[in-house]
Design a protein around this ligand. Structure first.
Ligand SMILES: [Zn+2]
Length: 129
């Protein structure tokens, strides 16, 4: 199954391309086990797969980062933590704190450490790590 990351504006859904041979098997399931559509089958299959990987995926993941901060995905809370860098220091907007697991995680990222090291040299109140 190839995933397409294209967002469809106006809906909370995205299009995913699925090989025809899987579609034929999916269509055989429609009308049984409570499935009424390919979408329902795909959702259930993907949920089961993601649940099976839940314990091996890291709890935190960097979604993106720049000079102003880092977006951290928190798999336990199923939320995004925005960790922002400012001359006054570093702050997590999700935890509304300057000390939290997301900030600890951010400090462990080599590319972010380099950004923070430069900011510290510019006089920003970023704690040493
Ligand atoms: Zn946090």
């Amino acid at each position: 199954m190839r995933k397409k990351r294209q967002k469809e504006p106006g809906t909370p859904h995205v299009t995913v391309k699925i090989p025809k041979e899987l579609i034929m098997d999916m269509d055989r399931l429609i009308g049984s086990h409570g499935f009424r559509s390919r979408g329902e089958i795909a959702k259930e299959a993907i949920r089961q797969l993601l649940n099976s990987y839940q314990n091996i995926l890291p709890i935190f993941e960097v979604l993106n980062h720049d000079q102003n901060g880092v977006k951290v995905y928190d798999r336990e809370q199923h939320r995004v933590a925005d960790v922002i860098f400012k001359p006054e220091g570093i702050r997590c907007l999700l935890c509304e704190s300057d000390i939290c697991p997301h900030i600890n995680f951010v400090f462990q990222q080599p590319t972010v450490r380099e950004i923070l090291r430069k900011k510290r040299l510019e006089g920003w109140k970023i704690p040493d790590f």
